[in-house]
Design a protein around this ligand. Structure first.
Ligand SMILES: [Zn+2]
Length: 303
């Protein structure tokens, strides 16, 4: 794995893995911009801040962090209303050189967060989402000398739909990398699950049931066979670190096991996570896509 990029900065994958594993190496510490907390602690700290809010505001903040991870400050002010300014979740995009494409920034078509820009040789630059590169979200562009307006991106992957750039300057703000990883990415999975299961008679979906440590409560009742699911979405880069964090949780005697939902793009590593959690009957783990299929099957009376 490449540790440092051409500018001598820590590569994003190393950053994530280090945060999730608490890597204490001196070499990393030199480039470490944050307090070295275990990701689970960092994630909990983040959630503890917003859990102090009344339930409606809590759900609103989680939805906004998932739906609008990047916007102009004025737009954010309007959307957040009285909740704006109470949290340090956003940073100016202009302070992030890693997503600057000739003065422009391009949001990922899947998660809406800024994509990374890197030289790809022969005067070409690659633009890709750190999380969705695996799904084909990657582009290239060739800077035009003296050209005005955003560089023209050439799509290179299956999910690389058209994206509009915005100036990487001024009033544009984006959620921090920590918020993106632990709130925006799982949040978008949760909303996609909700949307995929909305409108089915007998299925009741509750987002962010107050004060609990999971994100979605789904109840099937008349005319369906009664059943419940408790879902917690996780978008960690390292399943090893995620397994460590989940295994540290106390065993709960709840009748309904907690379903840990992970991105479909990480499905090849799923057996590893499932094997690590084999001794925990209070948890099951599957991809977001498989979870939706499973619930839809239940609704059709197939399982
Ligand atoms: Zn993305």
């Amino acid at each position: 794995m490449r540790l440092l990029d051409r500018d001598g900065l820590l590569c994003d994958a190393v950053e994530d893995l280090g945060r999730e594993h608490l890597v204490p190496q001196q070499a990393l510490m030199e480039y470490w911009p944050w307090a070295r907390l275990r990701a689970e602690q960092e994630e909990q700290q983040l959630y503890a801040e917003i859990r102090r809010l009344p339930p409606d505001d809590y759900a609103r903040v989680r939805e906004l962090l998932a739906s609008d991870p990047v916007a102009e400050q004025g737009v954010l002010w309007e959307k957040w209303g009285g909740l704006w300014g109470r949290f340090g979740f956003f940073e100016p995009v202009s302070s992030w050189p890693w997503c600057n494409a000739a003065g422009w920034c391009f949001p990922c078509p899947v998660c809406a967060w800024p994509m990374r820009v890197q030289p790809a040789g022969q005067g070409v630059f690659a633009v890709a989402c750190d999380a969705h590169l695996l799904e084909g979200v990657q582009y290239t562009y060739r800077p035009v000398r003296g050209g005005s307006g955003p560089p023209v991106l050439e799509g290179g992957g299956a999910s690389a739909g058209r994206v509009e750039g915005f100036p990487a300057a001024g009033d544009y703000l984006a959620v921090s990398r920590t918020v993106w990883r632990y709130v925006t990415l799982p949040g978008r999975m949760e909303f996609a699950i909700r949307d995929a299961l909305t409108g089915i008679a007998g299925l009741d979906i509750l987002m962010y049931p107050g004060g609990d440590r999971y994100d979605l409560h789904i109840t099937a009742a008349e005319p369906l066979v009664a059943r419940q699911w408790r879902v917690d979405a996780k978008a960690w880069r390292s399943f090893g670190a995620l397994a460590d964090a989940l295994l540290e949780r106390p065993v709960l005697g709840a009748a309904v096991p907690l379903t840990i939902v992970v991105p479909h793009r990480q499905r090849s590593d799923l057996p590893l996570l499932q094997a690590r959690l084999a001794g925990r009957p209070d948890m099951e783990v599957m991809t977001d896509k498989d979870f939706v299929t499973k619930v839809l099957r239940w609704c059709r009376g197939e399982s």
